[in-house]
Design a binder for this molecule. Structure first.
Ligand SMILES: [Fe+2]
Length: 362
């Protein structure tokens, strides 16, 4: 019987199920939002979940591993560096380990860079690459989150370069409906893999110069996953964001844009001049109405809707625009999107609403 691999999710996070022997299956990188669906699927097809694997600690979604472990009794396995508290010491694997699961020999390759606990799984004819390698121009997972290390990522990509060209790459994310394809195709089309063929210094420069906006919310998600969170609402996660990917759904060139900051003091001085200026708050509506409140006169367009609502802002293309969020992560990205679209005077509020409120409290 041939090894079957199935992708289970409707969105950008990819969860794979495989098995080669009767009813036993393994699920890799489950997401909490979809755990009910997995449970129905296992029941409907009368499958036994033998094990749950994670390629790494995720920063863009709450993992479904802890919930699935609770509901099925299947054990979770992760790399020995994984900080997850719901993982026993006997359930940790290292580089080169062969796990015999559901009739399949799964070889673990330690592939750090995106995180310190990143692994890829080598199955017959397939490479489950986690966020260590995405497809085509998607590149790979970002290296600027806690535990990220561009130098380690270079070594990881060089491990991939030595693997069999015919392996089909199945990443943990894809944001543009790209189809899994061979490592040979990735060597031609994937900017990360191509850069890894050069020197380590050049690669680190390339990663450093991607100038990704800060992603404060992702640090909260990491913490939730360290704690094996079981509630989908435990942390705020923006919908429809390219999150882990370095290029993602942003137009080419957006990541390279530099956005100037504006301090609370500077913003107040400008507001007193009464010149025409757009205060663009890119938080979600529930945050606008929440404890941090809002600045009078803002226009609210959540960051996830900004690219589709640019037409509403054209009046301000040559006028000052100050983008605002909670602490300055999303507003920086919003500023990059506006600059890429040709807006001339774009700033982001340094420290966001937290700094604004602090200035008012003192
Ligand atoms: Fe990730």
């Amino acid at each position: 019987m041939e090894l079957e691999l199935e992708q289970l999710n409707p969105k950008a996070c990819k969860t794979y199920m495989f098995g080669n022997e009767g009813r036993r299956v393994v699920i890799v990188d489950p997401v909490l939002d979809e755990v009910d669906t997995y449970m129905h699927l296992l029941e409907d097809r009368k499958l036994d979940l033998e094990a749950i694997l994670e390629t790494h600690t995720h920063a863009d979604h709450i993992s479904g591993a802890a919930a699935l472990q609770d509901r099925t009794g299947a054990e979770l396995f992760m790399h020995e560096n994984a900080p997850a508290t719901c993982l026993g010491s006997e359930n940790r694997f290292g580089d080169g380990d062969i796990l015999e699961l559901a009739g399949v020999d799964v070889e673990v390759i330690y592939t750090p860079g995106h995180t310190r606990d990143s692994v890829s799984f080598l199955l017959p004819g397939m490479l489950l690459s986690g966020d260590a390698l995405f497809l085509d121009e998607g590149g790979a997972g970002r290296d600027d989150l806690p535990g990220g290390d561009a130098g380690a990522h270079y070594e990881t990509l060089n491990k991939f370069l030595k693997l069999d060209d015919s392996l089909v790459v199945y990443p943990a994310h894809d944001y543009r409906e790209r189809l899994p394809s061979s490592l040979a195709i990735q060597k031609d089309s994937n900017p990360h893999l191509k850069k890894a063929m050069g020197s380590k210094e050049e690669f680190i420069d390339y990663i450093t110069n991607l100038k990704l906006g800060p992603a404060d919310w992702m640090k909260d998600v990491l913490k939730a996953n360290y704690a094996c969170a079981l509630e989908p609402g435990d942390v705020w996660i923006p919908a429809d964001q390219s999150s882990c990917e370095v290029k993602g759904t942003l137009n080419l060139g957006t990541n390279e844009q530099i956005v100037e900051s504006m301090t609370v003091r500077e913003l107040k001085a400008r507001m007193e001049l009464n010149d025409e200026m757009l205060l663009l708050d890119v938080r979600e509506p529930f945050e606008i109405n929440g404890a941090l409140g809002k600045i009078d006169g803002i226009k609210n367009i959540p960051i996830t809707q900004l690219t589709s609502k640019l037409n509403d802002l054209m009046h301000f293309k040559d006028k000052p625009v100050v983008s605002i969020c909670k602490i300055g992560g999303r507003s920086f990205t919003a500023g990059q999107i506006l600059k890429q679209e040709g807006f001339k005077q774009v700033y982001y509020l340094e420290g966001g609403m937290i700094a604004w409120n602090n200035a008012h409290a003192s």
